[in-house]
Write a protein that binds this ligand. Structure first.
Ligand SMILES: Cc1cc2nc3c(=O)[nH]c(=O)nc-3n(C[C@H](O)[C@H](O)[C@H](O)COP(=O)(O)OP(=O)(O)OC[C@H]3O[C@@H](n4cnc5c(N)ncnc54)[C@H](O)[C@@H]3O)c2cc1C
Length: 466
């Protein structure tokens, strides 16, 4: 039987105890946050680049697809083995290999959780900036593959701005080094190609990242508004005034209520929206920056602006923001996280339209967003057991992405395309655009074995044709 042969071959590479294949285990690996599911044929836990290469070579020998998996927190179906095959479980490759303070670099394995890198660097006086709200459970490999963002990316940029090089196992099992510690590498920018490739070009087994000194001081503000428009206008006003806070995050009333019920971080339940704004930099400059932002928020309708008095208050505000997705789970059995962007000046308009979409499909849609980047996350509440509701959710989600594109934005701010947004790719790319990307995929992966069925709205035959 094909699965039996596959399992035997995988055991030779990673050992018997590191291969899963039972029905129950396969059920556990058949889903992530996406609405589609498919069981793998086997799961292999890997511990080194050599083991990853060995597993990929087995897949090549047997013509079986493989799907790398980190924390499984992606929100677009990236880790679902939609064509079956082997899930390559990266979570045990979780070591920090080197912290090179003199050159401001760290070299890490891809299964390391984002937060663990930050926690290890902080006592040394350093930090790694991209900070997805999922950082407790999301791995560096997943961050690289999704080109993840996070609250601090407004000022500091997303993952691609912080990754300098990688070791990768290519889809035929060869090991390659791309980029490196140096500020620039000659030739094609293959690091740039791999970041955001969602496991479709191979498996990253080591990452070189940029680290930065911890900032001297931080102030965190909570601006409270009675209307979403005033909150959004404050965001535009702050940026237009030439200020670049480290974060500009927004939550609407439904999210605030869910967060308060779950985390009790002191958010007012009766307001329409709050902004969490953080400024960082030299201590001498912080008071002036903070005051200027307080004044701007008030001038644009904030009914109150609170400044966190100490680290404990600051941590509470962040616990609320980072816990928002989890807290919203209180409101309904399921929800679909949409991820789109618009120019930040279009935020009030897009939010009005998102509310209209909610009314049209009779669905509740709370909103939480990286407002500084114009990156919105409408969370469409529903009950997954109700097939009719699920169909309405899919339509509403697509309509929201169409709105983002109409308003000059795009179909993903940070969560990638995966399975979920394959059709939405046609909203932003022409046939020729898509085929130029398909040609890149085929150059790396002519047999279409690396995370097949993701990203591209073209038939599988096109991807595997020689
Ligand atoms: C509560 C919550 C909050 C979130 N907040 C944010 C946020 O603020 N910003 C943001 O950008 N995202 C956010 N996300 C989405 C998600 O956490 C990120 O996309 C994250 O980077 C995924 O990491 P992961 O380790 O879970 O990857 P996985 O989900 O395991 O994998 C994601 C993709 O990467 C591929 N992959 C994984 N490891 C490798 C590897 N070593 N080599 C090659 N490909 C690989 C997989 O095949 C898959 O396609 C959030 C998710 C949740 C649940």
């Amino acid at each position: 039987m094909a699965q039996k042969a596959l399992v035997e071959e995988l055991r030779k590479i990673v050992g018997e105890k590191n291969v899963l294949h039972s029905d129950v285990d396969m059920q556990l690996y058949q889903y992530d946050a996406c609405l589609q599911e498919r069981r793998p044929d086997a799961v292999a836990f890997v511990h080194s680049t050599e083991e990853v290469a060995g597993v990929v070579k087995v897949c090549n020998k047997l013509g079986v697809p493989f799907v790398p998996r980190g924390g499984g927190t992606n929100l677009s179906g990236g880790t679902i083995p939609i064509k079956g095959g082997v899930v390559v479980e990266m979570i045990r490759m979780n070591r920090i290999l080197e912290v090179d303070r003199a050159n401001l670099r760290a070299r890490v394995q891809p299964g390391l959780f984002n937060l663990e890198l930050g926690t290890a660097l902080a006592p040394l006086g350093y930090q790694y900036l991209p900070d997805p709200a999922s950082q407790k459970a999301a791995t560096l490999g997943g961050n690289v593959a999704e080109n993840s963002g996070g609250p601090h990316c407004f000022k500091y940029g997303v993952t691609t701005n912080h990754v300098l090089g990688m070791t990768v196992v290519l889809p035929d099992g060869q090991v390659a080094t791309i980029g490196g510690k140096a500020p620039d590498t000659p030739g094609y920018d293959l690091t740039g190609v791999f970041v955001g490739s969602e496991g479709t070009l191979g498996i990253c087994t080591e990452v070189v990242v940029r680290i930065m000194r911890l900032t001297e001081g931080v102030k965190t503000l909570l601006a409270i508004y009675d209307s979403i428009e005033e909150g959004s206008e404050s965001v535009s006003a702050i940026v237009a005034a030439g200020m670049v806070p480290a974060t500009l995050e927004m939550m609407d009333q439904l999210v605030i209520q869910a967060v308060e019920a779950s985390i009790h971080c002191g958010l007012p339940l009766d307001c329409a929206t709050v902004l969490i704004i953080e400024v960082d930099g030299l201590k001498d400059d912080l008071e002036a920056q903070t005051q200027a932002i307080v004044d701007l928020c008030k001038a644009h309708g904030a009914r109150e602006v609170r400044v966190a008095k100490d680290d404990a208050e600051r941590a509470m505000l962040w616990a609320g923001r980072r816990g928002a997705f989890g807290a919203v789970a209180r409101l309904a059995p399921s929800y679909l996280v949409c991820d789109g962007t618009v120019p930040r000046t279009a935020l009030p308009q897009v939010l009005r339209k998102v509310a209209e979409v909610g009314k049209k499909y009779d669905l509740r849609i709370p909103n939480v967003f990286h407002a500084g980047d114009g990156n919105l996350h409408p969370l469409i509440l529903f009950d997954w057991r109700d097939a009719e509701q699920k169909a309405r959710v899919m339509k509403a989600g697509m309509e929201i992405l169409e709105l983002c594109v109409e308003l000059g934005g795009t179909i993903s701010g940070e969560h990638g395309v995966g399975l979920e947004k394959i059709d939405a790719m046609r909203l932003v790319f022409t046939e020729a655009d898509i085929h130029s990307q398909v040609r890149v995929k085929k150059a790396f992966d002519p047999r279409d074995l690396a995370n097949p069925g993701k990203m591209f709205p073209v038939p599988a035959e096109v991807l595997s044709a020689r």
